[in-house]
Write a protein that binds this ligand. Structure first.
Ligand code: ATP
Ligand code: MG
Ligand code: FE
Length: 339
């Protein structure tokens, strides 16, 4: 069974064809990063226009590279949330038009579930149940995936997402947007114990122990940079990058291991753009190994936004008969576990 999927939730226009949910036949990603870089972040109105200009070409390329045609596709999947409303609408409208014109089933996909399902593309042997740590540009969440269509949200961030903290701090350090990969690189030359930035473990009674908070850490790093500048001190960018990254990674690891124990699973998966972070992958693999847990993560190209992960997720909804109709609309603040 062939799934054609579209992803336009943020600044990547992507279309992919995936066979039986697990084999990528094509995964075309047209990134708008160069367009938005001069603004230091994604400009929503420009993103929507770029998606409109690009989406048909990207679909044509995905079909051509997969060696297939619209007539041979079995279902159309599309991200309908969360994301930028104008950007999402381009994908949703295109997918609805294709579904209507071809008389093929339409499947509305939650973008965050897509990030998790990228692991099924990268690891053929992977099966539920597992705990997933979703760390992306806009979200930080722990999810218990009991079965393909049964996801339970264990906790999420109360303020900034992990990727957001990476990007904001990188911006102050004058790295280009998105700054996560630049911090990752700079940190390799730095000392992670150089500066003791706060870790928000928040184990207080009555609080969800799987919730996250990164705004305090972000402020601490910004204060450190500002006060050093005021005193005219030279700061070591690699040390600040490594110390900040260690503070994020420590909290993510501690909570992910605790969540796996809580859920009673022996597999954990990483998902979302920050899952490409080298320190997170190495340190979590070490911690997981000590607990007898197996860690899975996708290759970097499947960590950030792409339509193949959406096609994979759509396939399992297809098998369950979870179809959308032409009333499907963009839902900018769609929550994990909601479809
Ligand atoms: P969401 O999925 O929450 O809607 P998004 O789609 O914008 O947000 P993703 O594409 O999943 O986010 O990920 C982009 C984020 O990943 C950016 O914040 C980027 O800085 C971060 N990122 C990418 N590579 C790395 C890395 N090596 N280290 C840290 N962060 C990284
Ligand atoms: Mg992006
Ligand atoms: Fe994303």
């Amino acid at each position: 069974s062939l799934t054609l999927a579209l992803e336009t939730s943020c600044d990547e226009t992507s279309a992919a064809v995936v066979m039986n949910g697990r084999t990528i036949l094509s995964n075309i990603i047209s990134s708008q990063v160069p367009t938005h870089q001069k603004f230091g972040g994604v400009v929503p109105e420009i993103a929507s226009r770029k998606h409109i200009e690009t989406v048909i070409t990207v679909v044509d390329q995905a079909l051509a590279e997969a060696g297939t045609t619209l007539a041979d596709v079995n279902a159309i999947g599309v991200t309908y949330g969360p994301g930028l409303v104008g950007a999402l609408l381009v994908g949703v409208a295109t997918a609805k038009a294709l579904s209507f014109a071809l008389n093929k089933p339409l499947i509305g996909v939650n973008h965050l579930e897509g990030h998790i399902f990228a692991n099924f593309l990268a690891h053929r042997e992977l099966e539920p149940p597992f705990v997933a740590l979703v760390v992306s540009g806009g979200h930080t969440s722990l999810v218990h995936l009991k079965d393909y269509n049964e996801l339970v949200l264990l906790g999420q961030t109360r303020d900034d997402a992990a990727g957001e903290a990476f990007d904001k701090i990188a911006r102050v350090m004058n790295f280009p947007y998105p700054g996560g990969p630049y911090i990752d690189n700079a940190a390799k030359q730095g000392n992670p114990s150089a500066i003791a930035f706060p870790r928000a473990f928040s184990g207080k009674a009555g609080e969800n122990k799987f919730a996250f908070s990164f705004s305090g850490l972000k402020s601490a790093v910004l204060n450190h940079l500002n006060s050093a500048a005021q005193r005219g001190e030279t700061i070591s960018i690699p040390d600040v990058a490594a110390s900040f990254q260690a503070a994020v990674v420590d909290v993510l690891i501690m909570k992910t291991i605790a969540a796996a124990e809580h859920a009673g699973v022996n597999q954990i998966v990483l998902a979302g753009g920050v899952a490409a972070n080298s320190s997170l992958k190495t340190e979590l693999a070490l911690a997981a190994g000590k607990q007898g847990l197996t860690l899975f993560y996708p290759p970097p190209v499947l960590c950030t936004d792409n339509a193949a992960m959406i096609a994979c997720r759509a396939h399992y909804q297809y098998l369950a008969g979870e179809f959308a109709d032409l009333n499907l609309n963009a839902v900018p603040s769609l929550k994990l576990g909601c479809r």
